[in-house]
Design a protein around this ligand. Structure first.
Ligand SMILES: [Zn+2]
Length: 335
């Protein structure tokens, strides 16, 4: 079996399909280099955009987990096998829920991206988190295909092809044997859950600069650039750049509150941008560059409100009016 040794993120092959328009979308653009957005300052553990620990398991850990596999599952997951078409138990599953890695339980695909491809294998147009599935060129069977594997355990899932439906144009063709389905409401095993992390959102001008500063902090597990605060969910990043969408360029910060507190993140926010410039940040002018904090809990909202008031009264910015917008993230969805 001949394989290239380079592992590429799944989103990179979006170029093969009809998903070119999505490349203007900031969320997708980030998915192309998920590991570059992940700065591990505290431990060597790696976390996905959704806060799952995706540190690669050791061979010993994989072999321990594999003891629960049937002979057929072992052949497919550990030895790149393929189940016979139209035979897998999840092909016709129409229940709402999530498809996890059979071996390590990492969530891989959602029922909301499953579609009927007619190929005989469960098919999805996107993973639940682009960091959870890796692709690798597979030159077996006299052709070049893109094999897909679980990021955490390396278990073989199937292949991805550029002939799927919108919005990605991709078809993740997966063996039922590589998956374990959990219906919405089921109790999930610990290995299927994200780490105990919190999420914070900050907008402070061009998102690359803000992302870079937060990514360097201990306790920050992942930083992703996007946009939020506008009305149209279908907005593309190109439209955001025009400044007519109401969206602000923002960053999603996944952090471990036992290492860095939300108040410390607020403190950094007011150090790395100027919260008094209204609809601009330095040379960048437009509503998309406004200062904003989008909170994910009442506790965050109250802390942010108190922090802004304190800064206005006697902080570094007391001589000028702070223009930072403060809203709940539930009314300002991140894209
Ligand atoms: Zn896995």
């Amino acid at each position: 079996m001949t394989r290239t040794s380079t592992i590429i993120p799944i989103a990179a092959i979006a170029f093969l399909g009809t998903a070119m328009t999505l490349l203007a979308n900031a969320t997708w653009a980030n998915a192309q280099n998920p590991t570059e957005n992940t700065t591990m300052t505290q431990t060597t553990d790696q976390y996905s955009q959704s806060g799952h620990n995706i540190t690669r398991l050791s061979n010993k850990q994989i072999q321990t987990l594999a003891k629960d596999l049937t002979e057929e599952e072992r052949k497919i997951i550990l030895n790149d096998g393929t189940e016979a078409p139209f035979c897998g138990n999840l092909l016709d599953n129409k229940l709402d829920g999530t498809y996890h890695c059979r071996l390590c339980k990492l969530p891989l695909f959602g029922s909301n991206s499953k579609f009927k491809s007619g190929t005989g294998w469960p098919s999805f147009f996107t993973p639940v988190d682009p960091d959870h599935v890796l692709t690798e060129s597979d030159n077996t069977m006299g052709m070049t295909r893109e094999e897909i594997t679980c990021t955490r355990c390396g278990g073989h899932l199937g292949h991805v092809f550029p002939d799927g439906p919108k919005p990605t144009g991709l078809r993740f063709c997966v063996n039922s044997a590589s998956l374990e389905f959990f219906e919405d409401g089921d109790t999930l095993p610990k290995a299927a859950l994200p780490s105990k992390t919190q999420i914070a959102y900050f907008a402070g001008g061009c998102f690359w600069g803000i992302e870079d500063r937060y990514a360097k902090l201990d306790g920050v597990l992942n930083v992703i650039s996007g946009y939020q605060g506008g009305d149209d969910s279908k907005t593309t990043y190109k439209e955001v750049l025009k400044g007519t969408t109401g969206h602000a360029e923002s960053v999603k910060v996944v952090f471990d509150p036992s290492i860095i507190t939300y108040n410390e993140l607020l403190s950094w926010f007011f150090r790395i941008h100027d919260p008094t410039q209204g609809n601009r940040q330095g040379p960048d002018i437009g509503t998309q560059y406004r200062s904003a904090i989008y909170t994910t809990s009442d506790e965050q909202f109250n802390q942010a409100q108190a922090f802004i008031e304190a800064q206005q009264k006697e902080g570094r910015w007391s001589k000028r009016k702070i223009t930072t917008e403060l809203r709940s993230e539930s009314n300002a969805k991140f894209y």
